[in-house]
Design a protein around this ligand. Structure first.
Ligand SMILES: Nc1ncnc2c1ncn2[C@@H]1O[C@H](COP(=O)(O)OP(=O)(O)O)[C@@H](O)[C@H]1O
Ligand SMILES: Nc1ccn([C@@H]2O[C@H](COP(=O)(O)O)[C@@H](O)[C@H]2O)c(=O)n1
Ligand SMILES: [Mg+2]
Length: 482
């Protein structure tokens, strides 16, 4: 089993391809509204080193938080037998028979039927599958299947809803292949060139190029073709009926996704993550969101003289500012705000959940002159949007202009964004990821569970919880210490 401690995950996200795959641990498949619809399968073919994997990573990154998995045809390479291994220079890895297409078909069929699958892990250096190592791939809305020969077998093609052929010049591909195979696949330059002339190029002409005719989209220049990739992403979104909420509501700002940010999200969403790591990575993400939120405040130009005697034309921070946290999860964001804005005043609002959906405002303590300030409203999770609406209405009643409110959160459900943005089109929402939706219990999915419980350590069912006060200590502290 592969180690999945936080450091390993963060290291892996620094460079790894974005596969959406899990190693072989048993994870429950998340259930969300609409999870039963048939997945949309995209095939991506093209010659070696044309940029297939790169293009898939770009598509996944642009689709952002939608449910997408990548399956590589490489995973289905057959392991070499000892006699083939002894003469590996004579083995044709570019012939269709080099792959176990029956196994690939079985996996793709299962994914299409919304069943999770175990996919082999292949080692290009050893020309073998890694024994006992599988990656679990959960069924998803979008399945991307990429590889040199994914259009070769008619049965595989028929499972695809959209076919893309990455068309990159042969000389560019050869140059990239030499570089990649010597750096990443343990080959030497002569070996790569020999293999290319003997097997790779002829197989391209005989088996790969003839499949270009099956493509719905021919993508010249691979990952450099930003316009075409953007069009493909828009098309997938349209097919899925998933609209980019940032385009519908220009007041929604999602911080730029990077592998570091995805890595932090992976950790805080993982139910196995310890409280200590949860707090550490949640704090890192919160800090980024707060910094981003501050970037939306108005500024005035300011010129200063630098130690070299030159003029630097800069800006001055907005001074009329305060924070308001929605108790109790929102309190987890206060430290980050204090660390960024020295001496900032922070108010609190407590909203009580009544049943599943109803909300009632039961406590407020707001900074003086709040009507004259810009307000950073803080709550890590935007779910139904009902608490947010209560809090925002209170701020507006207190005289804060709607356009002076910036609502900061870690994850937002589309339902919450619709509710808040329709009602308050002038405020801004700054978030780090938009999730799939709400489940039947109005919880965000995939989500990260009860943020407050995980952050403040009150999700432990241990013996000390038996004596829990009616209002938890942290909450009491909040009420008495505004
Ligand atoms: N547009 C590009 N510009 C520069 N290098 C690229 C580009 N696209 C891919 N590469 C590099 O070329 C190599 C092959 O790309 P990859 O996406 O792995 O191709 P494929 O999956 O088609 O074999 C990789 O090392 C990758 O980093
Ligand atoms: N043991 C192996 C297996 C495959 N190859 C080469 O990989 C190419 C396919 O991967 P791309 O990422 O380039 O699409 C294919 O051209 C095989 O020649 C290998 O060298 N060794
Ligand atoms: Mg590849």
């Amino acid at each position: 089993m592969v180690k999945s401690d936080p450091d390993t995950i963060m290291e892996a996200t620094a460079a790894a391809h974005f596969s959406g795959l899990h190693f072989d641990d048993e994870y429950p498949v998340p259930k969300y509204k609409g999870a039963d619809k048939v997945p949309f399968v995209i095939g991506v073919a093209g010659g070696t080193a044309s940029g297939k994997t790169t293009v898939c990573d770009m598509i996944i990154q642009q689709l952002h938080d939608h449910r997408v998995v990548l399956v590589n045809q490489d995973s289905f390479y057959r392991g070499l037998k000892p006699e083939e291994m002894a003469n590996v220079g004579e083995y044709n890895f570019d012939h269709p028979d080099a792959f176990d297409t029956e196994q690939l078909l079985e996996c793709l069929g299962s994914l299409k039927a919304n069943q999770p699958v175990q996919i082999p892990v292949y080692d290009f250096k050893k020309h073998q599958r890694c024994n006992d190592r599988y990656r679990k791939v959960n069924a998803s809305d979008v399945i991307i299947m990429e590889g040199i020969l994914v259009f070769h077998d008619a049965r595989v093609r028929e499972l695809m809803n959209m076919k893309i052929f990455v068309d990159t010049d042969a000389d560019v591909r050869l140059a990239r292949r030499i570089k990649r195979d010597t750096l990443e696949r343990g080959r030497d330059v002569n070996g790569v060139i020999e293999q290319y002339a003997k097997f790779v190029k002829p197989a391209f002409d005989d088996f790969i190029l003839p499949t270009k005719k099956y493509a719905d989209v021919i993508l010249p220049r691979g990952g450099d073709n930003h316009v075409a990739i953007d069009l493909i992403v828009q098309h997938i979104r349209m097919k899925l009926g998933q609209h980019d909420l940032r385009k519908i509501y220009p007041n929604v700002f999602v911080i730029q996704s990077t592998f570091q940010i995805r890595g932090m999200h992976t950790l805080i969403r993982d139910q196995e993550t310890t409280k200590h790591d949860f707090v550490f990575y949640a704090d890192r993400l919160i800090r980024l969101i707060v910094e981003h939120g501050l970037g939306h405040l108005p500024f005035t130009e300011k010129q200063v003289i630098t130690p070299t005697g030159s003029i630097y034309v800069g800006v001055d921070f907005c001074k009329q500012l305060c924070g308001v946290s929605i108790i109790r999860s929102g309190e987890s964001m206060e430290n980050a705000l204090r660390a960024c804005c020295k001496g900032i005043k922070i108010g609190k609002i407590l909203i009580h959940r009544e049943g599943d959906d109803g909300k009632q405002l039961i406590y407020e303590k707001l900074p003086i002159n709040i009507a004259d300030r810009h307000v950073l409203l803080m709550d890590p999770i935007l779910g139904t949007g009902n608490s947010a609406v209560q809090a925002i209405e209170l701020l507006i009643r207190k005289g804060v202009p709607e356009s002076h409110i910036i609502f900061l959160n870690l994850i937002s459900a589309p339902e919450g964004i619709h509710t808040v943005c329709k009602r308050f089109p002038l405020l801004k929402i700054v978030t780090s990821e938009i999730d799939a939706g709400l489940n039947d219990e109005f919880r965000v999915v995939p989500g990260m569970g009860e943020f407050g419980d995980r952050y403040f350590g009150t999700d432990d069912d241990g013996p000390d919880q038996m004596f829990k006060a009616p209002i938890e200590p942290k909450l009491q502290q909040s009420i008495h210490r505004p």
